[in-house]
Design a protein around this ligand. Structure first.
Ligand code: ADP
Length: 508
């Protein structure tokens, strides 16, 4: 109801030709807190209604001049929300019912007791309150809906203007949302309709697989990253995450796509630069190293201990620099994709045995036990680059020896899984704290603590291992407990032609 009263007080107009009814009602209603207007004629009442906001009208049906029914019709025209209560004698109860059919709210028979009047008026007051409340709720809902609409269109505008590509799919891997940046980065010219399967608009199979896996709730980690190139030589990086519902169920995937071409070009330039500088440094350093060795040999013969010590330190340092340069060159080659070119069938158990035999002298120097554990099951041949594998396991075993104290034990185990071979390099050495585990594959990252302080290294061994395994289609995992030891687990794929069924015949 539209209330125009300036105060919260409700107003009532009493229209009755009987003085006693008007005066009596006024007394009771004023005490009930109403603003009361009075009129002895219908026309006078309508006049008041034209000038004052009134919510309830007490209207006598039988009046000289304009009768109640006619006044009611006028009130309905003026403001149908005004509640009209008919005052009627017993004789005219039927007319009262007729009046209600024509829109009156209630009636009260004449003569009435104060309590009867209070009851009827309270009912009307309650009705006004409820109507007001309903209206307020409706307004609020309207406001919320409007807010929601604005919020929705605001989010859509933001998603459409994002410089990154955004793709959202449902649980079946069908497109739910795709923004212009995504279409541009992927070179999609046609508009993509919602509900289309992701493969219908995107050609890269790896990307489609990633989206479908995440959409179906098969993601291995919280967010999965995939790098690929497009026909226009653009390097793109897609990072996908599942969209989860209220109870953690997977509703689909959201994928963020960024153009990393500039980063890749810069990376390539940096690698080329590092390769060039390393290459230039290697020969003069090796010459210095060899000459130091010669001078040292002379000194041993002349027995000058101080000079011997100084020169041994210089020789050690040059050896460290030569290793660093070697590692840098290896990394550059991996980054340029110039390794793992010599894929051939390999007996992994034999390759590991050779490496273990070779490293044994080093382990013995620290009184460590280094052993290879083989099971009875035949290990199928794998197709890989032998030099790359030697580098992977050479690095891992060297690390196990380096980061295990004197007298420790190192074990290399090999086991067969469906479609892959698992190789564990375990030690009972210093171990790695959880906070360092994520970092040890980063270039130049070395864990610095009391135990590792005096161990020399470049911080490039594990990045090389990781780079080579990526090239070989393998992967690596670590389990480590400080002061207990570490296990580096490598997985290498077995190609279909080298599957275990063929293993016996191949190894013969
Ligand atoms: P480097 O051994 O030359 O420092 P790596 O990249 O091979 O470089 O290893 C990085 C770091 O990881 C090492 O500095 C060491 O702190 C830690 N680490 C590697 N292997 C082990 C291991 N088996 N046990 C404990 N810490 C290890």
């Amino acid at each position: 109801m539209k209330l125009e009263s300036t105060s919260n007080r409700l107003s009532i107009l009493v229209v009755d030709d009987e003085d006693s009814i008007r005066e009596g009602s006024e007394r009771i209603l004023t005490r009930m807190g109403f603003q009361v207007y009075k009129a002895s004629r219908g026309s006078e009442g309508l006049d008041i209604l034209g000038r004052h906001p009134v919510e309830i009208v007490l209207l006598d049906l039988k009046m000289p001049g304009m009768d109640g029914m006619e006044v009611l019709a006028h009130i309905q025209q003026l403001n149908s929300e005004i509640l009209v209560i008919i005052i009627t004698g017993y004789a005219t109860i039927e007319t009262a019912i007729e009046a209600m059919k024509r829109g009156a709210y209630d009636f009260i028979p004449k003569p009435f007791e104060p309590d009867q009047l209070r009851m009827v008026i309270n009912r009307a007051r309650e009705r006004i309150r409820l109507t007001e409340e309903t209206e307020m709720l409706a307004q609020e809902r309207q406001r919320n809906l409007a807010d929601l609409g604005t919020e929705k269109s605001r989010i859509r505008t933001i998603v459409e203007s994002l410089p990154n590509g955004i793709l959202v799919t449902n649980v079946q891997g069908q497109v739910a949302l795709i923004n212009p940046a995504f279409q541009w980065l992927m070179g999609i010219e046609e508009d993509v309709a919602t509900g289309e399967p992701v493969e219908s608009c995107i050609q890269d199979k790896g990307f489609c697989q990633l989206v479908k896996d995440i959409s179906a709730g098969n993601a291995h980690t919280l967010s999965e990253t995939y790098e690929f190139t497009t026909i226009g030589e653009k390097y793109l990086q897609a990072t996908g995450r599942p969209v989860l519902g209220d109870v953690g169920e997977c509703l689909g995937a959201v994928v963020n796509l960024v153009d990393i071409t500039a980063m890749k070009v810069l990376d390539r330039m940096k690698s080329e630069f590092v390769a060039k500088v390393s290459h230039e440094l290697r020969s003069p350093l090796s010459t210095i190293h060899e000459q130091l060795a010669l001078v040292l040999k002379d000194m041993v013969e002349k027995e000058s201990t101080r000079d011997q010590y100084l020169l041994s330190r210089a020789k050690e340092k040059t050896q460290g620099l030569i290793s660093l340069i070697g590692d840098l060159l290896d990394l550059s080659r991996i980054e340029a994709g110039n390794v793992c070119i010599d894929f051939k069938p390999i007996k992994l158990d034999e390759l590991l045995k050779n490496i273990v035999d070779f490293m044994e002298t080093r382990a013995n120097g620290k009184n460590q036990r280094l052993k290879l554990v083989l099971h009875d099951e035949p290990i199928p041949l794998i197709k890989a680059d032998p030099q790359a594998l030697e580098s992977v396991f050479g690095n891992l075993i060297a690390n196990a020896i380096n980061y295990t104290p004197e007298g420790g034990a190192i074990e290399v185990g090999i086991s067969l899984l469906p479609e892959k071979i698992q190789i564990d390099v375990s030690d009972n050495g210093f171990g790695i704290e959880a906070k360092d585990i994520d970092n040890i594959f980063k270039r130049f990252y070395r864990v610095k603590n009391e135990k590792t302080r005096f161990i020399t290294g470049t911080g490039l061994g594990l990045p090389i291992v990781k780079g080579l395994l990526d090239e070989l289609g393998g992967s690596i995992q670590i389990q480590s407990e400080p002061s207990q030891g570490s296990t580096f687990t490598v997985f290498l794929p077995i190609s279909a032609e080298n599957s275990p069924q063929n293993a016996e015949s191949q190894t013969e």
